[in-house]
Design a protein around this ligand. Structure first.
Ligand code: GDP
Length: 183
């Protein structure tokens, strides 16, 4: 798929991050890939991706996670972004209601361009701000996820809460689906 493909891994999965601007997508990714939180704004516009190797049972999975890196601001995400993706983290910000309302729009796009059996985790990020600035309740998030058949999790990239779980949940599910298919 590209130069950093590791011959030793059993599977290479592509997954994408989607959601409105400034919901925390790139910080979730840097937490997961490098355990870093970035306070600076993104220097460049364009697609970025990161890899992480994960062991599921006795299999080594290389997860390649794509980040929009600001393109969503210009509605410039194209079908190539979704091509081949087996999973998605659809992120909103629990302190901004409009980012939650836009989840529907992102889902429509996912369903238009993505694979039908894509594993989608709905992620309500910035849970560390929940006490004082919450605009979307955990229940509202869970209800939408249930209705749409998605997994659900609240995370904080800042405090590193549930970030690992959200990615691992998606990757484990993708692995399950892929191995079932190849049986
Ligand atoms: P993106 O545009 O969706 O990739 O969002 P970024 O990752 O660039 O984050 C947007 C802003 O939200 C930045 O100022 C981050 O520092 C902040 N941010 C991201 N995640 C969190 C979080 O979990 N908690 C808090 N309090 N701020 C966050």
């Amino acid at each position: 798929m590209d130069d950093s493909f590791d011959e030793d891994c059993d599977y290479l999965f592509k997954a994408v991050l989607i959601g409105d601007s400034a919901v925390g997508k790139s910080n979730l990714l840097s937490r997961f890939a490098k355990n870093e939180f970035r306070l600076d704004s993104k220097p460049t516009i364009g697609v970025e991706f990161a890899y992480r190797n994960i062991k599921v049972g006795d299999k080594l999975i290389k997860a390649q996670i794509w980040d929009t890196a600001g393109q969503e601001r210009f509605r410039a995400i194209t079908s190539s972004y979704y091509r081949g993706a087996l999973g998605a983290l659809l992120v909103y910000d629990i302190t901004r209601q409009n980012t939650f309302e836009n989840v529907k729009k992102w889902l429509a796009e996912l369903r238009q361009f993505g694979k039908p059996d894509m594993v989608v985790v709905l992620v309500g990020n910035k849970s560390d701000l929940g006490q004082k600035s919450r605009e979307v309740s955990e229940e509202e998030g869970r209800n939408v996820a249930e209705k749409e058949g998605l997994c659900f999790m609240e995370t904080s990239a800042l405090e590193n809460l549930n970030v690992e779980d959200a990615f691992l949940h998606m990757i484990t599910k993708i692995h399950e689906i892929t191995t079932q298919k190849s049986l």
